[in-house]
Each structure stands twice: as C-alpha cells, then as structure tokens.
Design a protein around this ligand. Structure first.
Ligand SMILES: Nc1ncnc2c1ncn2[C@@H]1O[C@H](COP(=O)(O)OP(=O)(O)OP(=O)(O)O)[C@@H](O)[C@H]1O
Length: 238
C-alpha cells in the first residue's frame, strides 16, 4: 500500500507534469494568480549553472503548484517538465509523447522490470511513472528538469541515485495547510481528511533539515517565491 499516494497536480501551463494530483490537470484559478502581489519579482535571471533536476515536494496544499506555475511563467525557456508514462488511455486532445507517453500495461511492466523508472505508482487503477529517459530528454534540451512529486516518489528518486536538488515546500503550520486546502475548494471532505493525514507524516520528514537542500516556508507567497528562486538560481556566477 502506498504510504504517500499521489496528489493531484494543477498547472496552468500546458506542459506535462511529473505526477498529477489524481492525475487530472486542473487550472490554477485566476484568484491564485492574484495571490502574488503586483510587485512580485518576475525579474529575469540567467539560467542556473547547476543543471541538475530540481525535485519539489511538500504536503498537499503547501503551494507547490502555485510556486512552480510562476516559475514556468517567468522562465519558460529555462525549465522543463519530464513527460510521464501512463497506462491510462489518452483523453481528447492529449498527444502521445506530449501529455504523456501512453503505454500498455505489459509495456509498463517491462519498463519497470528493466528499471527504467525513477519512480512509479498506481493511482485509480492506472500506472504512472517518471522514466530516467524522460528526465534525460529535458536535460538534453538544455533545460533544467522540474520534478513535482510526492514524498514516496522522492524516496524512490533518491534510491535511483538521480543527481538532483531537493526542495521541501510547507506553510507555517499544519493549521494553515488545512485552511488552504479547504480554501482551494477542489476536494471533498473525505479527500481533505486523507490529505491532512498524509501531510502530518510528511511534515515530520520535512522538519529534518538533512532531508532537503532547501526548505521553503510558504507563508507570504512573494517571499516564498523569492526564496525558491534564490535557491534555484544561486549557483550562477555574479
Ligand atoms: N502563500 C500563500 N498564501 C495564501 N494562499 C496560498 C499561498 N500559497 C498557496 N496558496 C493557496 O493554497 C492552495 C494550495 O496551493 P497549491 O494548490 O499550489 O498546493 P500544492 O502543494 O500544489 O497542492 P497539491 O499537492 O494538492 O497539488 C491554493 O488554493 C493556493 O491558491
């Protein structure tokens, strides 16, 4: 049984994401965009010298999607998402190799047996996974790969030995997390309870500073975004 099941991802950019929360893409609402102040820094920065993939994790509702959306919006040619594999069928408009790599159950199993995945999990009876090649493809395109995954996925990625930078995003308190999850208005009460239960376990893990290269406390959104960018771009020559 999965300790940390996958969570729905919502990205307002039309690029594939590594793991989709419930694996249905939702759009960030216009009100979310307004969470950033008008003066929120979108300054251009030179691409980071450190090209290792950046793994971003944190409890559901901590603000990962919100921060990543802005990162992509501000730096579209610097970052890329890997294209995940899935055994679910394509939905209208979804292109193979763009939204996902759509594969049969047999093919998926073969890839798993061949240890081609950095991480994989079953969600709603469908298998999803991030292949090593998908990340390499982003690297080969000259972009820095962003992996938005849950903690279980992070542990698999670490085990797979991917050289990466790891970021944990969390709000100031678990109470605030609950407020945001409820405020998002996208989950049933049952789903919220499940997410909160999982968040408590993830929270403990994220409190250990040795587990991550950077912990971003998403309290005030502009500040959290600056912290994230300072970390991501910190290796560039001055
Ligand atoms: N600093 C902030 N202040 C106020 N609201 C915020 C802040 N950061 C995010 N939010 C809001 O909190 C909710 C959760 O954020 P978001 O959806 O980005 O979380 P997430 O970590 O991506 O969650 P999941 O893993 O479930 O996809 C959203 O409604 C978002 O608009």
């Amino acid at each position: 049984m999965l300790l940390f099941s996958q969570s729905l991802r919502r990205h307002n950019v039309s690029i594939p994401v590594t793991r989709l929360l419930g694996h249905s893409r939702r759009s960030i609402s216009a009100s979310t965009a307004l969470l950033f102040s008008l003066s929120s820094s979108s300054r251009s920065r030179r691409p980071p010298d450190d090209k290792r993939p950046i793994v971003i994790t944190g409890p559901s509702g901590s603000g990962k999607s919100t921060l990543i959306n802005k990162l992509f919006k501000d730096h579209p040619s610097t970052f890329g998402f890997s294209v995940s594999h899935t055994t679910r069928g394509p939905r209208t408009g979804e292109q193979d190799g763009v939204a996902y790599h759509f594969v049969s159950k047999e093919k998926m199993q073969q890839l798993i047996d061949d240890r081609q995945f950095l991480e994989h999990a079953i969600f709603s009876e469908n298998h999803y996974g991030t292949s090593k090649k998908a990340v390499e493809d982003v690297n080969a395109s000259g972009k820095v790969c962003i992996l938005d995954i849950d903690l279980q996925g992070v542990q698999s990625v670490r085990k797979a030995g991917l050289p990466a930078r790891y970021v944990f995003v969390r709000p100031r308190s678990l109470g605030l997390l609950e407020t945001r999850l409820r405020g998002r208005g996208t989950e049933t009460e049952e789903a919220i309870q499940k997410r909160l239960e999982r968040a408590r376990a993830e929270w403990e893990y994220g409190l250990d500073p040795t587990h991550f290269d950077r912990v971003v406390v998403n309290d005030e959104l502009d500040q959290a975004y600056e912290d994230l960018c300072d970390f991501i771009f910190e290796h560039q020559a001055q």
